[in-house]
Design a protein around this ligand. Structure first.
Ligand SMILES: [Zn+2]
Length: 110
């Protein structure tokens, strides 16, 4: 639930940003979303439409999502991993997220 509130906040920020950029004439918006955010395409779409308002959008406006892969790095041995909570090399649980938590508006197309 906490995660969803954070997502709503981000989408509201984005809606504020793009309301300055004539969102009603946009034909496409592109988001970059990390694999670790738990956001699905449907959640993103629902939150976005809720924040911006369907009446403010072109009926056929497209939402494109570029999924960013998850990358973790072990703080103990320096090995990298794509998923999981344990280092594949040394079994340490001390992993740092390098990427995969991104969530932002990349571009608006008119
Ligand atoms: Zn390790």
């Amino acid at each position: 639930m906490q995660e969803l509130i954070r997502q709503e906040e981000i989408i509201n920020d984005i809606a504020t940003q793009i309301s300055r950029h004539k969102i009603h004439s946009a034909v496409k918006v592109k988001f970059k979303v990390g694999r670790l955010t738990n956001i699905t395409e449907k959640v993103l779409l629902d939150l976005f439409i809720k924040a911006v308002g369907r009446n403010n959008l072109q009926p056929d406006m497209a939402i494109e999502i570029e999924w960013m892969p998850a990358r973790l790095k072990c703080n103990s041995c320096g090995a990298s991993a794509e998923t999981g909570y344990v280092c594949p090399a040394c079994k340490s649980e001390d992993l740092k997220v390098i990427s995969g938590e991104e969530f932002f508006l990349e571009n608006v197309y008119y």
